[in-house]
Design a protein around this ligand. Structure first.
Ligand SMILES: Nc1ncnc2c1ncn2[C@@H]1O[C@H](COP(=O)(O)OP(=O)(O)OP(=O)(O)O)[C@@H](O)[C@H]1O
Ligand SMILES: [Mg+2]
Length: 264
């Protein structure tokens, strides 16, 4: 079994990306694997899903806000444009130094990059791009990356290292439309394996509607709309804490499938 499954999770806002990324990270850690969970969503909430207590969450400084680190590694000042800086900053030690470990999962929060768009060559963006590429391509541990709706953090080079991109879809038209955009972006950057996870499935009709709406796309797992997940969220417990058997089995089944993909 591959010890270094590299997973990325995308999908429409609110579809359940963080919930699924968090559950897959925690279940791998429970199975004794080293897991790095990366929160690559500027509106970060993976820590909450992992059940990190509020006080510890307040200690988290996203990488994009570590000004001294960014300036040291890139040789450029934050928020100044037109500078020359190192395009290959040293990043190999960052995950170990800055991740917060909780329930066996090392959590790294990347943070937001201000202005300039995805093509911006500001130092924080250069550092984060290099960091993501290093984690995906060179780190020998399981990686679960919780992304924005899209996959802007991944470029062509980095996509090679991603074993599976999970696109989370709930049974709504807008969610399916967002997934279609992600499929196109994924094809453009050459992601090898793109899989759909159906989430918040309440009835057999929900699942059937999604199958029809997604046409030829296979659904690798259907996660039920779960009272356990809702309660854990409200009570600030980790997503897998006190989870009902059916939902837990759905997450475990999903993990088995993606692990099988990575081992091929
Ligand atoms: N299967 C489920 N059953 C019940 N509630 C769920 C389920 N999946 C997600 N939720 C709830 O839906 C809400 C959104 O989930 P989550 O935060 O994981 O989505 P997201 O895609 O990461 O959203 P964002 O785009 O805001 O980051 C949360 O309150 C979460 O607890
Ligand atoms: Mg999220």
């Amino acid at each position: 079994m591959s010890s270094s499954l590299k997973l990325a999770v995308a999908g429409k806002g609110g579809s359940g990306k963080s919930t699924i990324a968090g559950a897959l990270a925690l279940l791998q850690a429970r199975a004794g694997r080293r897991v790095l969970a990366v929160d690559a969503d500027p509106d970060a909430n993976l820590a909450t899903v992992l059940g990190v207590p509020e006080a510890r969450q307040r200690e988290i400084v996203p990488i994009s806000e570590h000004r001294a680190l960014i300036e040291e590694r890139t040789g450029a000042k934050v928020r100044q444009y037109g500078q020359i800086f190192k395009l290959n900053p040293e990043v190999a030690d960052i995950a170990d130094r800055y991740a917060l470990v909780h329930e066996g999962v090392a959590l790294l929060v990347l943070g937001a990059i201000e202005a300039g768009g995805s093509g911006c060559a500001c130092p924080e963006s250069v550092l984060i791009k290099a960091l993501v590429a290093d984690l995906v391509l060179h780190k020998n541990e399981a990686l679960v990356m919780d992304m924005e709706a899209g996959i802007e953090h991944l470029g062509r080079g980095t996509a090679r290292g991603v074993d599976v991109l999970l696109v989370v879809v709930e049974p709504s038209r807008t969610s399916v439309e967002c997934a279609d955009r992600v499929f196109r972006m994924a094809a453009e950057i050459g992601l090898r394996d793109v899989r759909v996870v159906a989430n918040k499935i309440a009835t057999p009709d929900d699942e059937q509607w999604l199958r029809d709406a997604l046409a030829d796309r296979e659904i690798v797992a259907a996660i039920p709309l779960s009272e356990g997940i809702r309660a854990a969220d409200r009570d600030r417990r980790s997503v897998v804490d006190g989870l009902d058997g059916r939902t837990l089995e759905a997450f475990e089944g999903l993990l088995r499938v993606v692990q099988g993909e990575a081992d091929r």
